[in-house]
Design a protein around this ligand. Structure first.
Ligand code: ZN
Ligand code: CU
Length: 486
């Protein structure tokens, strides 16, 4: 913090704001000056001048939010203004989660695209990057509004390498996947993700995952996982995740931590103490989205444990997007199972979590905020547009689950630290000028299950690498996003 008047001319100056710096420290009053994409000065800067000056009186000035869990691999290229994220104050997205990444696809992708890879592109044409380096090059040649940090997906590697996904990979296939993983990490991926829950990876034993992920240790990468089981066997899945991290000697991130299904309601009281205990021995992170409904591909097994199911898209029956599965079944005169078979390939929202678990997980000190938004669904889960303002508005201001400083930390400083994104996530001189200005009194989600595509309320100005990407409720057209590597 600089005291006394700092002179000089900057590219951007944010005056009179209330700073929440991302470290969980109490808020302070200060001006923020930006030059060359970085925070040049923080303090009382009355004498300073800038090409662009923003009056943030009465507003919070925070580090730009980092979305710890996204499927934005393709959105970064196909809708580079990144409206679902920029509108929430997000300045960096971690993409390539749940074992699903757009690259590498040396063999392309034939139709129908294997679920869950179809969540990135059901038509398959976007799987056009033979190497991870080619994908990173494209992102650098055509930058998005936000930054990104990328994971390479184990399921994507399996689909590219194996003819029969229903068994463990052979030694030759493991070697090939390991080469592809290493190429991705060398090209700028910060880690590897798995989706062991999903069919194309469910047959992979723990040993396969460990062997494919070997390059992580040397390349300073991390292991992120949509675990094998988030229901009855959630504790076994946690132990599997910890073992993978220990044997590789790398940090792990438990994706969208939750406990699914009525019989498991309340069991975050078991999972969180286990995570906390293991954290004393190894590096563990976790993220969470602030809703008690999940969303992924439509499948009979998930429908079975949900109290209500909404269809988010369907290739053969696109008109069913946004409808309840039971209503669709009634109108078709079919059983739920028959209806599912008719709708596939399709996506769905499942009401299958307990609100008390969501709050306990969200409030856990090491939990980061991640949207897990699905940007290409016709009627997406509202988390795509609503996650960050919902944590700030509903959970922090409304319910008082934690102070605003803690909420901001969970979407900035904690996330940058967990993913090793150096020089990001905190308002500090010399750090990248990724900044979000918002109104603490009005910030909140507008997206609902009925109307999921709506920009958040109370997000004032969003700045990435010193450039304003979102202002007055719309994208500015600036595309300063960078690919953040380790
Ligand atoms: Zn997932
Ligand atoms: Cu995901």
């Amino acid at each position: 913090m600089r005291n006394g008047p700092a002179r000089g001319r900057y590219s951007l100056l944010i005056r009179n704001g209330t700073l929440i710096d991302g470290t969980r420290a109490p808020r302070t009053q200060a001006d923020v000056a930006v030059q060359d994409g970085r925070i040049a000065a923080i303090g009382r800067l009355e004498q300073a001048r800038a090409d662009t000056e923003i009056d943030a009186s009465g507003k919070i000035v925070a580090p730009g939010f980092i979305d710890a869990h996204t499927h934005d691999d393709r959105l970064l290229l196909s809708a580079p203004e990144m409206a679902p994220k920029a509108s929430q104050g997000v300045t960096t997205v971690v993409a390539g989660n749940c074992g699903v990444s757009l690259a590498p696809a040396p063999n392309g992708m034939s139709k129908p695209v294997t679920p869950p890879l179809d969540l990135l592109d059901a038509d398959g044409g976007w799987f056009r990057f033979p190497t991870f380096a080619a994908y990173v090059e494209e992102l650098r040649a055509h930058p998005a509004a936000t930054n990104c940090a990328l994971l390479v997906g184990h399921t994507s590697l399996r689909v590219q390498t194996m003819d029969n996904l229903e068994r463990p990979a052979s030694d030759t296939q493991i070697r090939r996947m390991r080469e592809l993983a290493d190429e991705a990490l060398a090209a700028g991926a910060i880690g590897i993700s798995t989706g062991l829950y999903y069919e194309p990876a469910a047959a992979a034993p723990t040993e396969e995952v460990i062997e494919v992920c070997r390059p992580l240790a040397q390349r300073n990468g991390l292991y992120c996982t949509h675990m094998r089981d988030e229901a009855d066997r959630v504790l076994d899945s946690l132990e599997e995740t910890f073992r993978i991290g220990r044997e590789l000697g790398v940090p792990v991130v438990i994706s969208h931590h939750k406990v699914v299904g009525t019989p498991n309601h309340g069991r975050s009281a078991e999972t969180l103490p286990l995570i906390e205990a293991r954290m004393r021995e190894q590096r563990i992170g976790l993220d969470c989205y602030p809703y008690c409904a999940s969303s992924t591909i439509l499948s009979a097994s998930r429908v079975g444990v949900a109290s209500k199911v909404l269809v988010t898209w369907s290739t053969p029956h696109p008109q069913t997007a946004g409808m309840e599965l039971s209503d669709i079944a009634a109108s078709m005169g079919l059983t739920p199972e028959e209806t599912i078979a008719r709708l596939l390939p399709a996506g769905a929202i499942y009401f299958s979590m307990d609100e008390a678990d969501v709050q306990r997980i969200l409030a856990f000190a090491s939990t980061m905020v991640g949207s897990d938004g699905l940007p290409h669904d016709a009627a997406p889960h509202p988390r795509l547009w609503g996650t960050f303002p919902r944590v700030l508005g509903h959970y922090a201001r409304g319910l008082g689950l934690f102070p605003l400083e803690t909420a901001v930390h969970k979407m900035t400083g904690l996330t940058a630290k967990t993913f090793g994104l150096a020089g990001r996530g905190v308002l500090r001189e010399g750090y990248a000028a990724d900044i979000t200005v918002f109104d603490a009194g009005t910030v909140g989600e507008a997206a609902t299950f009925a109307r999921p595509i709506q920009p958040a309320k109370g997000i004032d100005t969003v700045i990435v690498n010193g450039a304003i990407i979102w202002r007055d409720g719309k994208a500015t057209g600036a595309r300063p996003g960078q690919v953040l590597a380790h």
